[in-house]
Each structure stands twice: as structure tokens, then as C-alpha cells.
Ligand binder design. Structure first.
Ligand SMILES: C[S@@+](CC[C@H](N)C(=O)[O-])C[C@H]1O[C@@H](n2cnc3c(N)ncnc32)[C@H](O)[C@@H]1O
Length: 251
């Protein structure tokens, strides 16, 4: 387990961001996330704000994209157990969830099956997408959503490019996450989970708008917009949750 910023100060060291940055480059956040979420599948819905957040996300997504149950093919990237996908199912023709945790993907598919939906309508796949021809049987998407996951992903520029690759021309990427927060991992100290959690959070302060705008624009997405969808306590600290939108240009 890594030494966090708190152990640095405990030992009287000056906090060294370069060291942290180097350390973060060496750390495999994707592998750590897959392990962490595999081991915590059943904690997913326990957060008191989880249901409220899923409902805010639903409202934001429906406001940001004209979902059509006859036509809309959607990817839910970093889908978890599908809390948001299941809410969007009545508004879409097909949903493919993507996650790197097999445990979450299995839970997603179990719940889809329990709900009486077929895999053609909705399924999750455990895969590290690269954004190359042939993946996902060359399926392309009208809309891709990604909720509360960018802070877990170290290379958000690369991920955004990959997601842009999977959009149809004119397709829309919708990302929501936290805007400029205090150190997220601080909130886990008293739960004795801080080191555990720190290991899976690549962006401990959330994001500012210019950072998100840049990764969207560098991925070739246009008509960038960012709006606040909730002011809330997420993991016990006040935060603003944003939704960012970008469109893949028509060919
Ligand atoms: C806080 S959960 C959010 C899940 C879901 N989007 C939701 O809103 O309920 C973060 C998710 O990101 C996934 N994740 C973390 N790193 C990832 C990566 N590099 N690629 C894909 N998924 C990742 C985790 O497995 C987990 O399902």
C-alpha cells in the first residue's frame, strides 16, 4: 500500500508533488481499481447519496441528449453495477456497459437478467478498451455516458480519445464528475480506509473546467458545455458535480 500525503506530514516531510506525480505514473490505477471494485461490489449502493445522485444523473443525461427508445445506442463507460444505465433503459434501444471490474460487470448482467431484459437490449462487458477497429464488433454509439469515474482514471486524455473513437459522427459524450474539491481521500481517514481508497483515486481534487474542456477538444469533440448538476456531500464533503458535453463532428 502506498504512503499517502498524511504519512508524509506525520514523518515531518514537506509534501512533494513531483514525488507524488512520479509515484502516480508508476502506479497502475486501472489494476488497483479492478481489484478494489471486485472486492467491494456489494458496497456500491450503500452510500446515502447514491440513489439521489443516480436520479440527478438521469435528469442531467435526459436534458443533455434527445434519447429515443427506438434508436439510441448508448455506451455506459465505467458502468459499475448499472445504477444509471438501468434508469436510462426505458429511453434507449440498446445499452452496452463497459467496466474493468469483472465483479461489477457480473452484478450488472445479473440485474439486467432479473429485470427481464435481454443482452441485446442491455449488457455489460469487462474489457480495457483501446479505441481500435474491431473492438466491440465495430459497434459505434449515439451517446456515451461516464459517471463519477474520471477521478479514478489516470489518463483522462487517452480515455476521452478512446470514447470519441466509439462515437458515431454527430454522437455525444457526456461525462460527470466532481469539480475542484478538497482532497477526496481525507474523508476516508476516520473510516480507516484512506490508504485503500487513495490507491484507486488518480485525481484527488476532481477537475476544473479548463482541464475537462482541453481533453474533450484534444479528442476532437466540439460544442463543449459544462454545467453543475448537483451540490452535494459525496463521501462526506461538499462538492459540485458537473456534467460535461462534447459532440463528435459529422464526417
Ligand atoms: C464510483 S464508480 C461509478 C460507477 C457508475 N458509473 C455509477 O455512476 O454508478 C467508478 C467506476 O469506474 C470504474 N473504473 C475505474 N477505472 C476504470 C478504467 N480505467 N476503465 C474503466 N472503468 C474504470 C470502476 O470499476 C467503477 O465501476
Amino acid at each position: 500500500m502506498s504512503d499517502g500525503p498524511h504519512s508524509h506530514s506525520r514523518h515531518g516531510h514537506v509534501h512533494d508533488h513531483d514525488h507524488d506525480h512520479k509515484h502516480q505514473e508508476e502506479h497502475d490505477f486501472a489494476a488497483a481499481n479492478a481489484k478494489y471494485f471486485d472486492e467491494n461490489v456489494h458496497k456500491f449502493e450503500q452510500h446515502p447519496f447514491a440513489k439521489e445522485l443516480a436520479s440527478r444523473q438521469l435528469t442531467a443525461y435526459l436534458g443533455a441528449y434527445p434519447f429515443d427508445e427506438e434508436k439510441t445506442v448508448m455506451m455506459d463507460f465505467a458502468c459499475g453495477i448499472g445504477m444509471v444505465s438501468r434508469e436510462l433503459a426505458p429511453y434507449t434501444k440498446q445499452i452496452v456497459g463497459i467496466d474493468i471490474s469483472q465483479g461489477l460487470v457480473d452484478e450488472f448482467n445479473l440485474r439486467v437478467n432479473n429485470q427481464g431484459l435481454t443482452p441485446d437490449e442491455m449488457k455489460a462487458v469487462c474489457v480495457h478498451l483501446k479505441g481500435v477497429e474491431g473492438e466491440l464488433d465495430n459497434l459505434k454509439f449515439d451517446v456515451i455516458i461516464c459517471g463519477m469515474a474520471y477521478h479514478h482514471i489516470q489518463d483522462i486524455a487517452g480515455t476521452t480519445q478512446t470514447l470519441a473513437f466509439f462515437l458515431k459522427p454527430g454522437g455525444v459524450l457526456l461525462v460527470n464528475d466532481m469539480l475542484d474539491v478538497d482532497d477526496i481521500t481525507d474523508n476516508f481517514k476516520d473510516l480507516k480506509k484512506q490508504a485503500d481508497f487513495e490507491h484507486v483515486v488518480a485525481h484527488k481534487h476532481g477537475f476544473d473546467e479548463p482541464t475537462i474542456r482541453k481533453v474533450f477538444e484534444d479528442a476532437g469533440l466540439v460544442k463543449f458545455e459544462l454545467n453543475i448538476i448537483a451540490k452535494a456531500k459525496y463521501h462526506k464533503f461538499p462538492t459540485k458535480i458537473f456534467i460535461a458535453k462534447g459532440t463528435k463532428p459529422e464526417a
